[in-house]
Design a protein. Structure first.
Ligand SMILES: [Zn+2]
Length: 309
């Protein structure tokens, strides 16, 4: 199992893409630029003169309705969670995302197109070490029947549970030990989903104008309306894990811990990320002694790197 490694990274060259915005239905262009160590993942409005670039943080989140939106100066950039999850999951630490509009294109509703674009240009290792958040004591956030907790672990693990009063979905659980490989294979392809009755209501309110069967799984009572069906049997609960990872990416550190989420969504994900960051007595920020990828799943060696942190 290839892990994230000790050193920071960026992309080897610029990525350009465009696509429809989920909310506006408009075509939006994006350029992702390589960036130096300690720059972080920053977003900037390319369509606005003198727009400042903003380093993402759970505290820069403006709205969690339908998607995660951040504020960039006084302006919003919406639907950042899938591209954020892709940088986080693939191990990309430093990039400037220049968006020529108010939202990141929804593309196919998953993080797979971003993963493919990152793989096409390649990832470059920088000379400065990456910082990890290592959880030492359990943290739990509960709100309106939803729950997210993080427990100490030597790995970066996510378990998500969903429980819908719907015959097609019902109760489902997914567990992933996150590495660039498992992220690309198991989480990135999982698409956004919604119910036909909600889509009809959103359209009547002038929302989700760009939403279609090309960028979301749509469920009508006991069936999927998309002609191709699901990409994997647990695609929906895996998408919840993808969203959670995208929202946790805003903390700026990959973590050593096990996140367990029950009925999670963007709002509680953001509350959890904020609560985690301010609970400085529950975690340590560490650097790794050596390349984790050279250690693989050798647990004693990973512990050794903790011991020296
Ligand atoms: Zn999503």
């Amino acid at each position: 199992m290839k892990n994230y490694g000790a050193y920071q990274t960026t992309i080897c060259s610029e990525i350009r893409f465009s696509g429809i915005g989920l909310h506006s239905g408009k075509e939006i262009h994006v350029r992702v630029h390589p960036a130096p160590a300690d720059f972080g993942v920053r977003f900037k409005r390319g369509d606005v003169l003198n727009s400042e670039s903003v380093k993402v943080s759970p505290f820069s989140v403006l709205s969690t309705q339908l998607a995660t939106s951040i504020k960039c100066g006084e302006l919003p950039i919406s639907t950042i969670e899938h591209i954020s999850a892709a940088f986080y999951g693939m191990g990309v630490d430093n990039v400037l995302v220049e968006v020529f509009g108010a939202e990141i294109p929804i593309l196919d509703g998953s993080a797979l197109p971003f993963v493919n674009m990152i793989n096409e240009v390649g990832i470059k290792t920088l000379t400065r070490k990456r910082k990890y958040l290592k959880i030492n004591r359990k943290i739990v956030i509960e709100k309106d029947g939803k729950l997210i907790e993080m427990l100490p672990s030597r790995f970066m693990k996510i378990t998500t549970h969903i429980d819908f009063d719907n015959p097609f979905i019902g109760y489902q659980k997914a567990f992933v030990n996150i590495t660039p490989e498992t992220f690309a294979k198991e989480l990135a392809p999982a698409r956004t989903f919604g119910f036909k009755k909600d889509v009809d209501q959103l359209w009547s309110l002038g929302l989700a104008k760009g939403g279609s069967l090309d960028n979301a799984v749509v469920i009508d009572n006991d069936k999927v309306l998309n002609p191709g069906g699901l990409r994997m049997p647990d695609e929906l609960v895996k998408h919840k894990a993808l969203d959670l990872l995208g929202d946790l990416a805003l903390i700026g550190y990959r973590f050593f811990g096990h996140v367990r989420a029950y009925k999670s969504g963007h709002l509680i994900n953001n509350i959890f990320a904020r609560s985690l960051l301010i609970s400085t007595d529950l975690y340590s920020i560490i650097e790794l002694e050596e390349e984790l990828e050279a250690i693989g799943s050798d647990i004693p060696a990973i512990e050794r790197s903790f011991a020296t942190a």
